[in-house]
Structures are given as structure tokens and as C-alpha cells.
Design a protein around this ligand. Structure first.
Ligand SMILES: *Cc1c(COP(=O)(O)O)cnc(C)c1O
Length: 409
């Protein structure tokens, strides 16, 4: 009779599966001992809890199209962010697209977008047939400058061409200044959509990121603070908006048995397997924020004395989720430019990236209006995103710090 064999996690394995397991474990140990593994910017952090949650959903046969884990994940996000309701979607980009559609954005409209953002924010605007109007960031937060926003809205109001919506972005896990942004949007009665893709778990004056405005959007892409491999969530304080988004995300299917459709919909719903993964990931959000905070604080403590190294600003009106630590490099004082530092880190098998390249510098958006832009240009020219994963070990982080210190001067 075959002897029962178990993996380290207690799973019983037999025959060739056990052999395969032993081989993989031996290879992994050998690799860890003899090679330096590349340190990544923000790799997915998944645990046995996630694995179990995923397999339970799998075993329940709720594979598709939707199921109880999707509704459960929506309820969990609703509770966590204090909104009225949430709709689980296939991506954050899908959430932005549907938020814009439900806000009434249509072909020929304009939508204000911060120029300092990831391209998804601006891409979603173009999906509706509208075009982005870019606005610079303020240096105090690197996020949408509320004064420039007010100026742009006033100028467009005078021309009788108010934008159909404003999207603000909570860059690198820090909230924008919502009291001032909301005031500007309210004055001109333009709906505000919050791209909180990078900021789940952050707060602004005690309010959860994403809970402001017409609707907020989160992303669970592979490098975000939580991941479902790919996925997103739209939240709103108006349950009717969320209900409408859910309807549009499932091909705008009318509640009839016979597949009745009166408008164009989308296939943007989250799958039940990923909903299960999302619930398990969300349970660990506070741990993830805590781990990234320690990483950021260690960088701040151990790089503070280096001439020419600065940090992304931490406005005192809120708490970030510490998604990515971004440093700024003053090339003259530090002795290398940000690009040169990124190349040095790469040579030491460390993944670092420039801060987002502004939308007004992107060839695909050439010729679109941009109010200001110097702050976003500066962020791009000097910003370096450092490895900030919640599973980053202190040993690996010390390797990153040593490389930055060794090339100083
Ligand atoms: C990641 C990201 C998105 C897009 O989210 P996906 O889930 O990848 O579609 C949108 N906006 C910002 C600012 C992001 O960082």
C-alpha cells in the first residue's frame, strides 16, 4: 500500500505529484541559496488563505458567470469604504468607463483628468467618445491642483463649454484634496469621479478613499495593494448609480427570461473565482498597509541623510495606504539622474520605475489642452518608484538601500 506523503502545508500528495513537489522544493531552496533573486516593484502578495478561498469557490462549482463570492466581495467593500453599494467589475478601467457613461459623458464632451496619472484614467474618457482636458498637479500632494481645476472650470464656463465630468486621481495611495476639489465641482455642478485605483484603504479627513463624489473606482490589478489577478470595483453613495453600473456591466440585459436588450451593454462583470480571492485579500488589507508603511518608513529613515534624495509629499489631511514609495532625485546634488539611478538599480537586479509620464507628454494625446504641467513634468523628471511590496523582506530592502547609498556622489 502506498505511504501517505504530505507537503509542508499539510496537503497529502501521492506518487508522481509528491515527486514533483519534492523536486520543486529542492529547486527553490537551491535557487534561494545560490542566486540573488530580482527584487520587484510591487509583486502580488498572496497567501495560503487566498489559495484556500480560491479553491473553495472552485470546488463549489460557482466558476462563472457570477456567484455568491461576487456579492460577498461587494458587501465587504461597501462596509470597508462606508458607501451605499459597490459593483465588482473585470478591471478598474471598466469601472472608470461605466462611471463616465452613467455620469452622462458622451461623444464630443470633454472630461478633466489630471495629467499626472496612469494612462487608464485618460483612456476610459476616450472610450465614451469624449476627450480629456488635462490639468496639472499641486506640488503639496502630486494630485489634481484644485486651484487650476477651478480656473479651468471657470474658463470653460465662460466659453459655454463646461466639461461633462472631472476625474481626480489618488496617486501612489495618497488622496487628493477633496474639500477643495468638491467645492470647485459643486460650484459648476460638474460630477466628480474618483480614480482611487491605487488608494484602497487610504483616508481623507477620516473619509475612506473612493467614497467621495459621484462614484469611486478601485483596481485589483497584479501590482496594486490587493490583487485578484485582474479586477476592479465601482462604489457610490448613490445605490441607484451602482445598480445601473451592474446592469451595464452584464450586457444591459433586461430582467426578462428571453434576453431582452434596449441599450448597449458591456461584458465587464467580475468572475466568482476572483470575487472569492478579493474577499480573502480584503481581509488582509490592514496587514498590507502596515507592511508597506514599514517599508516606506525604512526608506525615509535610511535615505534621509543623502543629499539630493527627497520623498513624495505626505499631506497632513489624510492617511495614505503606502502603495508605492516614490523618491525624487536632484541630479546635481545626488550625482546621478533619476534615469541613471534606475539603470544602476536594474544592474543590481532591482526593479525601479520612473513616476508616471504625464498625459500631456504622451504621443497618443498630443494636441489636447493642458492647464499648467510643470509640476507633473518635474515629478516625471525626478521621481523614482522603489520596490514597495508588502512581502518585501528587510534583507532585500537593505540591498535596495545599499545600492542607492553606494552610488551617491
Ligand atoms: C491601475 C490603475 C488604473 C486601472 O486599473 P485596472 O484595474 O488595471 O484597469 C486606473 N487608474 C490608475 C491611477 C491606476 O493606477
Amino acid at each position: 500500500m502506498e505511504r501517505e506523503r504530505k507537503s509542508l502545508t499539510g496537503e497529502s500528495l501521492s506518487g508522481s505529484r509528491y515527486f514533483e513537489y519534492r523536486l520543486n522544493t529542492a529547486l527553490k531552496t537551491a535557487l534561494e541559496t545560490h542566486f540573488v533573486a530580482r527584487i520587484l516593484l510591487s509583486p502580488p502578495h498572496v497567501t495560503d488563505l487566498d489559495r484556500q478561498a480560491l479553491l473553495e469557490a472552485f470546488d463549489s462549482n460557482w466558476i462563472a458567470p457570477t456567484g455568491p463570492a461576487v456579492a460577498g466581495f461587494e458587501a465587504d467593500i461597501t462596509a470597508r469604504t462606508g458607501v451605499a453599494d459597490a459593483a465588482a467589475l473585470s478591471s478598474g478601467t471598466a469601472g472608470l468607463h461605466l462611471a463616465l457613461l452613467v455620469a452622462g459623458v458622451a461623444r464630443g464632451d470633454e472630461v478633466i483628468v489630471p495629467t499626472a496619472t496612469f494612462v487608464a484614467t485618460a483612456n476610459a474618457v476616450t472610450y465614451t467618445g469624449a476627450t480629456p482636458r488635462f490639468v496639472d498637479s499641486e506640488s503639496a500632494s502630486w494630485n489634481l491642483d484644485p486651484d487650476l481645476l477651478g480656473e479651468d472650470l471657470a474658463a470653460q464656463a465662460r466659453r459655454g463649454r463646461l466639461p461633462a465630468a472631472v476625474i481626480s486621481v489618488d496617486l501612489y495611495g495618497h488622496c487628493a484634496d477633496y474639500d477643495r476639489i468638491e467645492a470647485a465641482c459643486a460650484e459648476f455642478e460638474v460630477p466628480l469621479i474618483v480614480d482611487a485605483a491605487e488608494a484602497l484603504g487610504a483616508t481623507y479627513r477620516g473619509r475612506p478613499a473612493g467614497s467621495m463624489g459621484f462614484a469611486g473606482v478601485f483596481s485589483f490589478n497584479g501590482n496594486k495593494i490587493l490583487t485578484t489577478s485582474g479586477g476592479g470595483m465601482l462604489v457610490s453613495n448613490d445605490a441607484a448609480i451602482v445598480e445601473r453600473v451592474r446592469f451595464l456591466s452584464t450586457q444591459a440585459r433586461e430582467p426578462e427570461l428571453h434576453y431582452e436588450h434596449r441599450e448597449i451593454g458591456f461584458n465587464y462583470r467580475m468572475s466568482n473565482l476572483l470575487g472569492a480571492l478579493g474577499r480573502s485579500q480584503l481581509d488582509q488589507l490592514d496587514d498590507r498597509i502596515g507592511a508597506r508603511q514599514i517599508v516606506e518608513q525604512r526608506y525615509r529613515d535610511q535615505l534621509a541623510d543623502i543629499a539630493g534624495v527627497g520623498f513624495l509629499p505626505r499631506p497632513d489631511y489624510g492617511t495614505p495606504n503606502h502603495w508605492l514609495t516614490v523618491i525624487t532625485i536632484d541630479a546635481d546634488a545626488y550625482g546621478l539622474s533619476s534615469d541613471e539611478l534606475i539603470a544602476k538599480l536594474d544592474a543590481d537586479d532591482i526593479e525601479a520605475r520612473p513616476a508616471w509620464k504625464p498625459m500631456h507628454q504622451q504621443p497618443v494625446f498630443a494636441g489636447l489642452p493642458c492647464r499648467g504641467g510643470a509640476v507633473a513634468d518635474e515629478i516625471f523628471a525626478t521621481g523614482v518608484c522603489l520596490p514597495s511590496g508588502s512581502a518585501l523582506t528587510e534583507r532585500d530592502q537593505q540591498r535596495v538601500i545599499a545600492t542607492i547609498r553606494s552610488h551617491h556622489g
